[in-house]
Ligand binder design. Sequence first.
Ligand code: GAL
Length: 672
Amino acid sequence: MKAISYILPSMAYGGDYNPEQWEENVWYEDAVLMKKAGVNLVSVGIFSWAVLEREEGRFDFTWLDKVMDILHEHGVGVCLATATASPPAWLSRNYPESLAVDSSGVRYSFGSRQHYSPNSPVYRKAVKKLVTKLAERYKDHPALKMWHINNEYGCHVSECYSPDSLEAFRAWLRRRYTTVDTLNEKWGTNFWSQRYNYFDDVTFLNNTPTFPNPGQQLDYKRFMNDSLFELYLLEKKILRDITPGVPVFTNFMFEFKPLNYFSWARELDVVTWDTYPDPREGTPEAHAMQHDLMRSLKDGQPFLVMEQVTSHVNWRDINVPKKPGEMRLWSYSATARGSDGIMFFQWRQSRAGAEKFHGAMVPHSGDENSRTYREVQQLGEELKLLDSLTGAVVPAKAAIIFDWENWWAVEMEGKPHNKLSYLEQVKTYYHTFYKQNIAVDFVQPGSDLSSYHFVAAPMLYMLKDGEEKNLENYVGEGGTLVVSFFSGIVDENDRIHLGYYPEPLRHVLGMHVEEFVPMAEADTNQLSAGTDHYRCTTWSDVIHLDTAEAAAYFTGDWYQGRPAVTTNPYGKGKAVYVGTEPEQAFIDDLLTGLMREKGITPPAFAPQNVEIVERTSGKGRHLVIVNHNQEETRIELESGRSYVDLLTGTEVENEVIVQAVDVLVLREAEQK
Ligand code: GAL
């Protein structure tokens, strides 16, 4: 199945469209305004179940038929939703057991959204019926471009404790372990007398007096991920059978822990995600990291921003609007990092309901001269000039290992340090790349790493079977690997890899850790690296060298003078271990030095808060430059190459000026 660039000939532009909230005359107005704004794709029907199936089995498609026709007549494609994210009142009335149950054992009530239990057979049956009807009805409609399956799976309910879920959990365990003895062994249930005699003895861990069994907790997270994924696959199968040529996807979320998006992405034709940076936070670096992650989920295939907001959301404590120009700038940040379009939540600002104060492409005033609509229109016009960018990839020679199961495991309680944040550790490493505009992908510990010269593995606590060999081979073949503290500690069931830490990586790292020394929040230590000194916090490892050399030492506490950072030549490559959380400057210096050794450089050098990303395809090599600063910036380009500025059509070479809060999209001209 094909990426977005094959579905639409140009950048996708549009948003969630909820015509059921409006009278029919507004639909015509909408279509005209969409056309004027350059909209070519809208997601219709995400929360329409109640108006599509008014009572069980009583379907009404007349309004949707009309909407589809109007959109098509105005040249707007439809990303048709399967409408399953919010079941109607009749489902909870007739089948209360279809409602999800929270961790205190209380059923969610109807009247908001996403209240269904993912493991409810009733919900699943109703989903099948609705999706089949929709697919059959619209399979030949010319407006249908893609299927938007459900919406943000797990957003509100990522855990369910209903009787249906318990039964499904036990069945899941039977499939995974076959015998209860295996389950007992994998979960280490001889500890605290937790042994089970039968699979049916297993209950939920939602109200244990103290720390629950870690192996069981981890498997519950896997199970919930799989339950939601089954829902997606169930819908996908119906859609594939009836509309084999229409791409399918669901939309992912920001820093979303409950779902292992790497495994989901394999079943999506296009990765799409919803990005809502808080304007109060300034430069949206964390969202840039998510763009890079989303691009990485399908091995570098361009993704699509499925939702962002024009101005402000309504779900933060204080909802500050994006300043003039910021929406455009952040859209380009996404585009630079691999998005083949920009979509918003939502088209027209709602009149009623919980999101009526959430921004939209058309504000309450409905005014074409509003700042919001004008900015929407400008971006729409500009994206039309960027056809050659669609399908282009971001060539990266460096990667950061990111693993969802590791995220789940390392943040469960009972650790030497119980305030560790996996994402914060990853972000520290990502920051060096972001700041220097060095392209970086995210990979899994078992991924093929052969195309990368440099790989960082921050806090890779869990190492599953075979992953240590993958890392070892990577270094052996010439790669540079950086591993940070509390890595290589447990297997996939959260059982210790016995020996000195990190046992599976001892060989490649050439060192071992005898003891962990977590630090209280206010405590610091210091690293000395040659003549330089850096602050470090959070954690120290008491390290012994085997074949590695020390690259930095601790200067304080009872382990002073012991190595803090080590380097080990291994095969044709090098493995570096960082046994603490050093201040950012140290990570920057370390990573910059290692990348320089490998010839990894940015496409151009730029001052702080200026993003430069290369996107390349058969249609050309592009540089997207995003200046977040309030003053203009001058960028020197590689000499001997000339470019076309795609937004103005002018030719540039040697250097460019990017105005304050502005962007440039350059395409390298054909060599003369
Ligand atoms: C998303 C969701 C949309 C809308 C939006 C508001 O999480 O998919 O339906 O609620 O948030 O920001």
